[in-house]
Ligand binder design. Structure first.
Ligand code: SAJ
Length: 426
């Protein structure tokens, strides 16, 4: 099976790198986004996402004329749906973008086409929701066109490399659909390509992120226990991880992003009685920002009126993505406590939180701070030295929620240094 043209619906963190990578591998790609501002800015050579190497890749793809960006789909050999699946307030999957992308394909769908859903979705979405919509074209899934689910598994910050090198799962609604998916992704994927059925592939994706969420919840719960028992959690985890079959992840201010903090809820929604551990892990991680605030209170006493420099707001290090960020939750709780919160996010210096003062530089945020709170270990923030801080504020208490700084260096420089989950230091 040969694919010469491809239509990618959704030009976000996954759709844009995917469309560009296919284009630089010789495929004629139509990149579609319903947001006309994104379409216009991409057509003007601006990339709306920060991801290492992405701007160069997009420019190469557009420059080669193999990638054309527009706001509506058109006929193609294959279609990839890579739109977001957020959740609603009540933690229910919001499939409206998947539904409208599938509907948008219907007028252009032809016999022999392949449609792939990449968006993370609750189990059975491909067969129960996407197939019936596409069949409104009068064509039958499996008989007239191929249909498969293939989850993205790339790590933000390393997307371009992982897109090519990671193993890829392709779940067809039947075997020929899975084979068709393999023929498409083989164009650039160097990792192993594993074929299965669509619902298994959907479940695999949710299991991967749920497993990580549970593992981080364990680390976060251990950090609370360590505090209680006057143990340094960072030391304890390092030692435990010497065991050949133990790999505890890192505690921190919580779990954010649009994947791990969202996907486990799809299981909870679909089968609440069967997903009790998954649900509990979500609650542990969602309550971690409150644990940060109570630990800070235990370290420095009453927080009311304290001038706090909150460093980093993204959901994890070295990305500009602020979705579901636990750092923002910490800031909101501190504001509710009556603190004078100054925020600095190096990847988005304009970002604001109601009630906090947005600072454009490190110097501005550190000036006169009584508490310096490290929330995200961006390289630019972990490189801050005690010397730099000494010249801007005296007697600040350092509170490191991510073990991003060298405790001894701060202590030697005369600062009070506290670390999340470091019960030894209480
Ligand atoms: N985090 C911790 N402690 C850790 C690791 C992470 O607190 O030890 C936090 C991060 O700070 C962040 C959150 O968890 O707030 C999630 O970050 P992450 O780096 O674990 O994952 P994501 O959400 O950026 O990407 C995940 C990846 N999934 C897995 O590693 C199983 C990625 O491969 C998926 O493609 C992506 O979700 C997705 O799109 O689903």
């Amino acid at each position: 099976m040969k694919f010469e043209s491809l239509c990618v619906l959704g030009l976000g963190y996954i759709g844009l790198p995917t469309a560009s990578t296919f284009a630089t591998h010789g495929i004629k790609v139509i990149g579609v986004d319903t947001n006309t501002r994104i379409v216009d800015s991409l057509n003007n050579g601006q990339v709306h996402i920060f991801e290492p190497g992405l701007r160069t890749l997009v420019q190469a793809a557009v420059g080669s004329k193999n990638l054309v960006i527009q706001s509506a789909p058109q006929k193609a050999d294959a279609f990839i749906i890579a739109v977001p699946t957020p959740f609603k307030e009540e933690k229910l999957a919001d499939l409206r973008y998947v539904v409208s992308a599938a509907e948008a394909i219907v007028p252009y769908l032809e016999k022999g086409n392949l449609v792939i859903l990449e968006s993370t979705s609750p189990p059975r979405t491909t067969v129960d929701i996407v197939a019936p919509i596409l069949e409104k074209s009068g064509l039958k899934a499996g008989t007239d066109f191929y249909l498969a689910y293939s989850p993205e598994r790339v790590l933000p910050g390393q997307i371009l490399r992982e897109l090519i090198e990671n193993a890829r799962v392709i779940g067809g609604i039947d075997r020929p659909s899975a084979e068709a998916g393999k023929a498409l992704y083989s164009i650039f994927v160097r990792g192993e390509i594993i074929l299965t059925d669509a619902t298994t592939a959907e479940m695999v994706k949710l299991m991967e992120n749920t497993y990580r969420d549970i593992n981080i919840a364990a680390a976060n719960e251990f950090s609370r226990l360590a505090d209680q028992f006057e143990v340094d959690i960072w030391e304890a985890i390092e030692i435990a991880n010497l065991h050949p079959r133990v790999k505890i992840l890192r505690p921190g201010p919580g779990v954010g992003g649009h994947c791990i903090s969202v996907d486990p809820w799809f299981f909870v929604e679909a089968a609440p009685d069967l997903a009790k551990l998954i649900h509990a892990a979500r609650l542990v991680n969602d309550r971690q920002p409150s644990f940060v605030v109570s630990s800070l209170r235990a370290a420095v006493g009453d927080l009311k009126g304290k001038k706090i420099a909150a460093l980093g707001l993204a959901y994890k290090p070295n990305v500009d993505d602020l979705r579901e960020s636990p750092a923002i939750e910490v800031v909101k709780e501190l504001i509710a406590e009556g603190c004078d919160v100054n925020i600095f996010e190096p990847f988005d210096t304009d970002f604001s939180v109601d009630g906090a003062h947005t600072c454009a530089s490190l110097e501005e945020v550190l000036q006169g701070a009584q508490v310096i709170l490290l929330l995200v270990p961006h390289t630019q923030l972990t490189e801050i030295t005690p010397d730099q801080v000494s010249s801007l504020t005296k007697d600040a208490v350092i509170f490191d929620t991510v073990n991003g700084w060298d405790r001894d260096a701060w202590k030697q420089a005369g600062f009070s240094y506290y670390r999340l989950g470091d019960g030894k230091n209480r």
